[in-house]
Design a protein around this ligand. Sequence first.
Ligand code: FES
Length: 302
Amino acid sequence: MWDYTDKVLELFYDPKNQGAIEETDELGVKVATGEIGSIACGDALRLHLKVEVESDKILDARFQTFGCTSAIASSSALTEMIKGLTLDEALKVSNKDIANYLGGLPEAKMHCSVMGQEALEAAIYNYRGIPLTSHDDDDEGALVCSCFGISESKIRRVILENNLTDAEQVTNYVKAGGGCGSCLANIDDIIKAVQQESAAPALNNYALKVATDIATSQQQSQLSLTNVQKIALIQKVLDEEVRPVLIADGGDVELYDVEGDRVKVLLQGACGSCSSSTATLKIAIEARLQDRVSKNLVVEAV
Ligand code: FES
């Protein structure tokens, strides 16, 4: 038995806005439909929007779904959330917003919230006459999971938007990997690549923060330390000022050795395999240690 929130159960037992919106001759109003999934795969959602042409406002939203408790609740939640929004405002609704509206979904059911968000986008793209093949590049990325027809760009998007860290989560969100399993290794590679790409700008921000700290630092005098004190202080600065920032971005650093003024460090996690972030990281760590310990220190990644 899934652990559903009260809101999920409420919208399952008493769904809001279930049904279709028929085409209308009403002046200044248009109906759009977006469909996602397939009955053969188990989940399918058709979303209908009634839009006021002049204001681009969603006057009504209804859904038809062939799915489980979470699919019904997610679809129902979505229709409640978007009524009264303009199409541009509705495009900002994420699968996370849908899950949050429901007070959360079991992780294995998160694909229902993704399905809702995709049906919404499909309906809006249809309304605007934009071919779905150019929609969000989903069909331009390489096909990763042939069992469920999921492209790399779709997997990348769900990883980024939901901070996913393993292939099992990706399966829960978009089903990729949930069939024969032969694509799971590829999904792992995509997760690593996305993490590295996300870490690089974070490291640049970190370098900037270090530079700012140093510029404003009142502590310009350098300490006179014994070798043991110097190593202990280097370790303390790494542990207290550098590692917490890197760990938060999926990386880490370990003190490997100190030879005179040469500080050797091991870069780990997301920091370890990206050449550009390695350079940034080295500069950032070096600047921090020069400021806190000795201006003569040189940091080397080993
Ligand atoms: S190819 Fe992805 S599960 Fe089979």
